[in-house]
Design a protein around this ligand. Structure first.
Ligand code: GLT
Ligand code: MN
Ligand code: MN
Length: 389
């Protein structure tokens, strides 16, 4: 094992709401005491994190006066300076207050929409002031339990207007912010709008400035929908839209568990780390998860340390995968090249199309070939289990 100590250059960040999660669930009261933001900064810095992310109200309670707001923000900025941590991402809490019970930016009530937009503009100011590079939109209340209100289409139009408004405001202020949509299929609403990475990618193309918007996909969210998170991230990368990522874990088909990274689907976590690193992803490795409700504060820091260690162990395994001669030979054998055919199919021309149509193929031989995936996958499993070191 090489050095598994997290370092700032790994870009590991945690939401204030993640390590600060007090262990409340729909059936039970909190099991842990709330922690002050500055206290969390100290612990995260000690563990080797690079920074934090926050909702407006993770730092500044919703009913704070303007003077008190400035004092809280200045105090937090001092904490950042002292610990060397940065704010990687900022966002707005548009889901806790009852005003948002039937949607925020997509609400059918124009007053709620205006209040939500007002809250986002202030959160954008806060994010810019604290140096966040990415601003996230997670539409936790943007959805419905019943469609009798007919909001599905109108909701998208309202969301589009709001996102365009916020982006134009940010540009007008000269802020250096990129915006990232975070899809989720359900919870807390019965159904959320923009449920998957694919839906969000499609929606972004309808915005005034699609270049300013990307994705903040979350492992748990695609998994809840029964989708393959590695594939979803690959699609976001392919579109140049992976602005940020929420790393955690999740059993398929359950409530949003936000488990410690790698706690459940180790193999997917491995291929995800490999994908991010191979693609040269430069953004934050952001953990949006929390300690189990069973845990005390010591368990919270174990959880945070565990997220980062598992990422680094998987990163080391990815390098081992690349250097393992047997695995590389199996991969080489899996990928069958054919220079002539590749040349013929690379780019359309009338001549190539004609030549391709005239070719005959040995369908039986193609169908008879075993690509060796059982062996390749078993080698991967053995590597992950430490049986190949
Ligand atoms: C909330 C949610 C997360 C989002 C956060 C951003 S808040 O905890 O479960 O997935 O990323 O608003
Ligand atoms: Mn998230
Ligand atoms: Mn989640």
């Amino acid at each position: 094992m090489t050095n598994l100590e997290p370092r700032p250059e790994h870009h590991f960040t945690f939401g204030l709401w993640t390590v600060g999660n007090p262990g409340r669930d729909p059936f039970g009261e909190p099991t842990r005491r709330p922690m002050e933001p500055r206290y969390m900064l100290g612990h995260l810095a000690e563990l080797g994190a690079y920074g934090v992310s926050l909702h407006d109200n993770d730092l500044v309670p919703i009913d704070t006066s303007a003077a008190e707001h400035d004092r809280i923000v200045a105090d937090f900025a001092r904490g950042l300076q002292e610990t060397g941590l940065v704010v990687g991402m900022a966002t707005t809490n548009l889901f806790t207050h009852p005003a948002f019970k039937d949607g925020a930016l997509t609400s059918a009530d124009a007053r709620v929409r205006a209040y939500a937009l007002h809250k986002v503009l202030h959160a954008v100011d806060l994010g810019a002031e604290l140096g966040a590079g990415v601003f996230v939109f997670w539409g936790g209340r943007e959805g419905a339990e019943v469609d009798a209100g007919g909001n599905a289409l109108d909701g998208l139009a309202r969301l589009r207007d709001a996102l365009n408004f916020v982006e134009a405001y940010s540009r007008d202020q000269g802020y250096d912010l990129r915006f990232a949509l975070e899809p989720k299929p359900n919870e807390p609403r019965g159904d959320l709008y923009l449920p998957t990475v694919g839906s969000a990618l499609g929606f972004i193309t309808t915005l005034d400035r699609p270049d300013a918007f990307g994705l903040n996909p979350e492992f748990a969210h695609e998994t809840m929908a029964g989708l393959n998170f590695v594939h979803a991230v690959a699609q976001a990368l392919d579109a140049g839209k992976l602005f940020h990522i929420d790393l955690n874990d999740q059993k398929m088909g359950r409530f949003d568990q936000d488990l410690r990274f790698g706690a459940e689907n180790l193999k997917s976590a491995f291929f995800l780390v490999k994908l991010l690193e191979d693609a040269g992803y430069e953004g934050m490795r952001h953990f949006d998860a929390h300690a189990l409700r069973t845990e005390d504060e010591a368990g919270v820091w174990e959880f945070a340390r565990g997220c980062m260690r598992t990422y680094l162990i998987l990163l080391e395994r990815a390098r081992q995968f690349d250097a393992d001669p047997e695995i590389q030979a199996a991969l080489e054998a899996y990928r069958v090249g054919d220079q002539e055919l590749e040349e013929l199919t690379r780019r359309y021309s009338a001549e190539r199309a004609r030549a391709l149509k005239e070719r005959s193929f040995d369908r039986e031989a193609l169908g008879a070939r075993g690509p060796g995936l059982e062996r390749l996958d078993q080698l991967t499993v053995e590597l992950l289990l430490g049986a190949r070191s």
